[in-house]
Design a binder for this molecule. Structure first.
Ligand code: SF4
Length: 88
């Protein structure tokens, strides 16, 4: 990194946002599965009730799949996907 670049931008800390937890509100979810399509590594749609759930062990993807999880929340037509986010 050149010293000029470092002086101009070196002080900026790279932000690494990550999802801490996910809640899907079963009272408003209409089981469209739109969120599952956005992040199938984390969300599982094949449930008895039709309301998606977080896959077992999927916490390991909460940081690497941050953008996909944000999309999952954004694509929900009834705003049922609630993300607790750290570092944004
Ligand atoms: S996108 Fe929203 S309404 Fe559709 S299944 Fe997911 S949580 Fe439910």
């Amino acid at each position: 990194m050149s010293s000029l670049f470092k002086r101009l931008f070196g002080h900026r800390r790279k932000t690494t946002a990550r999802v801490l937890s996910i809640y899907i509100d079963p009272d408003v979810c209409m089981c469209s599965q739109a969120c599952v399509v956005q992040c199938p590594e984390v969300l599982e749609g094949n449930t008895k009730s039709g309301v998606p759930r977080v896959r077992k062990g999927a916490e390991r993807y909460f940081e690497s799949h941050f953008e996909q999880l944000k999309m999952a929340a954004d694509f929900c037509p009834v705003d049922a996907v609630k993300l607790v986010i750290d570092g944004e």
